[in-house]
Design a protein around this ligand. Structure first.
Ligand SMILES: Cc1ncc(COP(=O)(O)O)c(C=O)c1O
Length: 433
């Protein structure tokens, strides 16, 4: 019996991709970066449920640590070895290589045990005391909490901007702080959770460039959770990092909590190093589940998006629905222009206002049967929730007012069910309002 533990997994260069054309990622999610010969012919990647890896010799152990700790660079023909699952594990490495196929513009990926672990590790790697962080509004409640409750403890100053701000207005906001020279990082989330407001990615890249100099680059990152790598590619637009709650579409089955950060090889190397210090990497079982999920990512997201368009049309015509926030129609021309410039499809997240506020929303939610009343999104089953009292309960009232997060808002994540069955469920529940 022969097992191959060494990190050949890392160095398989598109082994399953035969042509020079850019690959269709979905065709390679079953095979890329893995060879069944390594594991007794096992067609699927086994779960490497191990904390540590045996070295053949002490010299090997020394070599592997030299590479891991950056004491020396990989030599021609040399393969790095697996050491310890906090540092490297085949499931994690195969998964990271497959994620790179999906994320246009990415050279490397780093997988975490949650979306918040990915976001917090990335921010802490690039920020230091005295720095200024600029961010879009509104943000997912957990990201908002980390930025406002944790980062200031490390001497980091925070400045938010509005989705409606022009480039000049954002620049003016930064200049007004008197700390423009300390602007280090620009963090955006688009579409913003919970009501699908778009932030202009191209404009944000220009703002970051405006404050960059030959000696200091303002780093940009985009939380791409709502659109996933299929419907929006921020790295191709000049953003440095994308981050994901992989708990959502990438995982896609409401059975894992995970996160991903992607970007250039050099940038991800830095994030990975801090991940190793914090110990926030994904475990082999979670990584394996995500490998399985990626095989159907395109299928799931295509189907979810098609169904969402049918549901949005239905909701727009319903007498008890006041407004629908979805990208088949736009409240203003600027949002439409942003959508056309940066999104490839309208996605599968719909928010809508029900006439009558909290009581009406609760009556609706309590009557749903097929659609589950739960937070989270991007899963195979449809989920609905009331952001004002649930996911955004902790967000400041003034912020909620400003961004239209009211007690009449429902956030609806469309799953893979048949649209007719979803509409039947919605119809019954809206009758209760
Ligand atoms: C847009 C967005 N970013 C980040 C997160 C955090 O991800 P996780 O719950 O996997 O830590 C979430 C979670 O809901 C989210 O919706």
């Amino acid at each position: 019996m022969q097992f191959y533990y060494c990190a050949k997994y890392i160095f398989i260069k598109h082994n399953s991709i035969m042509s020079n054309q850019p690959p269709h990622p979905e065709s390679h999610m079953m095979t890329h970066g893995y060879n069944p010969d390594w594991s007794e012919g096992s067609l699927k990647v086994p779960i490497f449920q191990t904390s540590t890896f045996a070295f053949k010799t002490a010299e090997d152990g020394k070599r592997f640590f030299e590479l891991q700790t950056g004491k020396r660079k990989l030599e021609e023909g040399e393969t790095p070895g697996l050491i310890y699952s906090r540092m490297n594990n085949p499931n994690l490495e195969i998964l990271e290589r497959r994620l790179v196929l999906y994320e246009k513009g990415a050279e490397a990926a780093c997988v975490f045990e949650s979306g918040m672990a990915a976001i917090s590790t990335m921010l802490l790697e690039f920020l230091k005391p005295g720095d200024l962080l600029l961010h879009s509004n509104p943000l997912y409640g957990g990201s908002d909490g980390f930025i406002y409750q944790v980062l200031p403890r490390f001497g980091i100053e925070i400045l938010g901007f509005k989705p409606t701000d022009t480039k000049e207005e954002i620049i003016e906001r930064v200049n007004a702080t008197g700390k423009a020279d300390r602007l280090t990082f620009m963090y955006i989330e688009t579409p913003a959770n919970p009501n699908n407001i778009l932030i202009d990615i191209a404009l944000c890249v220009e703002v970051a460039q405006h404050f960059s100099s030959p000696t200091k680059k303002v780093i940009t990152a985009c939380d791409n959770t709502f659109m996933g790598p299929i419907w929006q590619s921020p790295l191709e637009m000049g953003v440095d990092f994308t981050v994901y709650s992989a708990t959502k579409y990438l995982g896609g089955h409401s059975d894992i909590i995970a996160g991903v950060c992607m970007g250039s090889a050099a940038g991800i190397q830095r994030v990975r190093k801090l991940r190793s210090h914090f110990g926030g990497m994904s475990g082999p079982h979670t990584a394996w589940l995500m490998l399985r999920s990626l095989e159907t990512l395109q299928l799931r997201m295509d189907r979810q998006c098609q169904t969402a368009q049918v549901i949005a049309q239905y909701l727009r015509k319903h007498e008890k629905v006041e407004s629908v926030y979805y990208f088949d129609q736009f409240a203003d021309t600027r949002q439409e222009a942003i959508y056309k410039n940066q999104c490839k499809a309208p996605g599968a997240m719909i928010s809508f206002d029900i006439k009558g506020g909290e009581a009406a929303c609760f009556a609706f939610l309590n009557k749903l049967k097929l659609i589950k009343l739960a937070v989270s999104l991007g899963s195979t089953e449809s989920l609905a929730q009331h952001p004002y009292t649930m996911t955004h309960a902790n967000v400041d009232e003034a912020v909620k007012r400003e961004y239209n997060i009211t007690d009449k808002l429902i956030r609806f994540s469309v799953g893979v069910e048949h649209p007719d069955d979803l509409i039947e469920d919605l119809e019954r529940a809206l009758k209760a309002v």
